[in-house]
Design a protein around this ligand. Structure first.
Ligand SMILES: [Zn+2]
Length: 182
């Protein structure tokens, strides 16, 4: 199992998220929310045999980090994206929240800390941190509208669609916090 210095997960539960060997080297980090109604519902889902998605890390409301998969393996978190083999290329980090409840300050701090540990580990000079919405594209599997195939818009996380326009996770702010921490 891959151990990344500085990651310090509070909980490890690897058994229920599907993981496979990497199909491409890691080159960045993708941020998500998992669309859960509570930490508890989120943790239950990742224990559910019907669960077929998964992230490397799930960050709870109080900032605790749950490692759902071996960081050296890919998980089904990105799906078809502008970047090929996105499940491998990007580590998947999710805040346990949904499209209406903003990530907490503790969640954002933990996410930024994970990003900086990964950046140091890989010695990335220009770390790539993307939102799922920036990358996820439509394909024939998701829509019959051919005009949408290959275009973004398949996902709204981690920005969400709050009526007040406040993002659930402000990816730019996470990038800035990461750069400040390096
Ligand atoms: Zn997502």
């Amino acid at each position: 199992m891959l151990t990344i210095p500085g990651v310090n997960a509070d909980v490890r539960m690897h058994s229920h998220v599907i993981q496979k060997p990497l199909a491409a080297p890691r080159s960045g980090i993708m941020l998500h929310y998992d669309d859960s109604s509570s930490d508890r519902a989120s943790l239950e889902w990742f224990h559910d045999p019907r669960c077929s998605n998964g992230y490397t890390w799930l960050v709870l409301d109080d900032g605790r980090v749950v490692e759902l998969a071996d960081p050296g393996m890919r998980t089904p978190h990105a799906g078809p994206c502008l970047t090929p083999m996105a499940n491998s290329r990007f580590y998947g980090i999710a805040a346990a929240t949904n499209g209406s409840v903003c990530a907490t300050a503790q969640q954002l701090d933990s996410i930024a800390r994970l990003c900086s540990a990964l950046t140091r580990h890989h010695q990335w000079v220009d770390p790539v941190v993307v939102g799922h919405n920036e990358q996820a594209v439509w394909t024939a599997e998701y829509t019959s509208r051919r005009s949408l195939w290959g275009k973004t818009g398949r996902k709204v996380d981690p920005v969400g669609r709050r009526p007040d326009g406040v993002p659930i996770i402000d990816v730019k702010a996470v990038r800035q916090q990461l750069l400040a921490a390096l």
